[in-house]
Design a protein around this ligand. Structure first.
Ligand code: ADP
Ligand code: MG
Length: 336
């Protein structure tokens, strides 16, 4: 059984993955959202202090449920992420490795996300490899917007990524302008479901045929100008429609770009991952994209969309090639 450890940003998470059954015997994540919401975003020093507090409490809970002797390997996120947060996770994993006399491997956080759509579908760990690759992966989170091709050896080729804000960042910044609390994704989604997404047109940059990048910063600026011109009363009247139209602009460009790339390549499956993939409209839209094109679409369960240790343990199990010895941490570890 592999123990996964994740603490790259503001979630402390432990999970135990049984390679034989392909199931998780333990999964727990402690979110720090309430703390960081007070400051409107993640405060790195506070995140590190919370991880320091959380790890012993979570380990105590884990050993109540799983005998540590059953753990055969430890996998920890070594990057990319916040230096203080990563260092605490690696140090925690190393200490456990020493005590249990187990190997400690380092996992790339984004590889964890990219493989997360394949979690929990297969009882045999390599079953999914033969069916789904080359795979087109859309990773959308607070810090990343990456469209990438993944081959059967899990080599990643980045096709498009954002040149400014990430999709989640654009939603969070938009939400802030609208006076909503951090993180903005679930808030905007809530009001968007009550509104008309067709009422306003927000600018969608880089929709040109061959432009392989995303840009979301113009969207936020356009929202700011729109809000500056509105009276309080008009804002109240338009609020839900603005949320719906703003969210639609982001989802629409993600889906269109994915479709464009899908036509150009020879993919056997598509997938969605990262915190923004918690969004129901995005999940539906990408699912439809798969159906329309007769291609299987993998979307992780909602609990695996944000940062979690389950995807770290899973990535270590199915993609050992891209792990490293966890003797250090790499805040800017490149994906490809
Ligand atoms: P990172 O690790 O890059 O910080 P996460 O994978 O933790 O990102 O995802 C956090 C991001 O996901 C935030 O930007 C948040 O607003 C966004 N998010 C979470 N839930 C939703 C949702 N339902 N709709 C849209 N975005 C969401
Ligand atoms: Mg993440």
């Amino acid at each position: 059984m592999i123990l996964g450890v994740e603490s790259s940003c503001d979630d402390t998470s432990l999970a135990v993955f049984d390679e034989q059954s392909g199931l998780f015997s333990y999964e727990k994540t402690s979110s720090q959202i309430d703390l960081h919401a007070l400051y409107g975003g993640v405060v790195p020093q506070l995140a590190a202090r919370e991880h320091l507090r959380n790890f012993p409490v979570m380990l105590a809970d884990l050993v109540k449920n799983i005998s540590p002797s059953k753990i055969t390997k430890i996998a920890v996120t070594c990057g990319p992420g916040l230096p203080g947060s990563l260092a605490l996770g690696v140090s925690f994993a190393q200490s456990l490795g020493l005590i249990l006399k187990r190997e400690v491997t380092g996992v790339h956080h984004l590889r964890g996300h990219i493989l997360s759509p394949f979690m929990g579908q297969n009882s045999q760990k390599n079953d999914f490899k033969s069916k789904n690759f080359p795979h087109l992966s859309l990773l959308v989170s607070g810090g990343n917007t990456i469209l990438a091709e993944v081959d059967e050896n899990f080599e990643v080729r980045i096709i498009a990524q954002t040149i400014d804000d990430a999709a989640g960042e654009a939603i969070d910044k938009g939400a802030k302008l609208l006076g909503l609390k951090y993180p903005g994704g679930p808030e905007v989604e809530h009001y968007a479901t009550l509104g008309n997404e067709k009422r306003f047109q927000f600018p969608q940059a880089f929709t040109r045929e061959n432009e392989m990048s995303f840009s979301f910063s113009g969207l936020k600026t356009s929202l700011r100008y729109r809000l500056e011109k509105l009276s309080d009363e008009a804002l109240r009247e338009q609020f839900n429609d603005i949320c719906a139209s703003y969210q639609f602009a982001i989802i629409d460009i993600l889906a269109k770009k994915m479709e464009q790339v899908l036509f150009q390549g020879n993919f056997r499956s598509i997938g969605l991952s990262g915190g923004v993939s918690n969004n129901r409209q995005l999940r539906t839209r990408i699912g439809e994209l798969g159906k329309e094109n007769g291609i299987v679409c993998h979307i992780p369960e909602a609990k695996y969309t944000g940062d979690n240790a389950s995807m770290v343990a899973f990535a270590a199990a199915v993609d050992e090639t891209h792990t490293l010895k966890a003797i250090n941490f790499y805040p800017n570890w490149k994906l490809a």
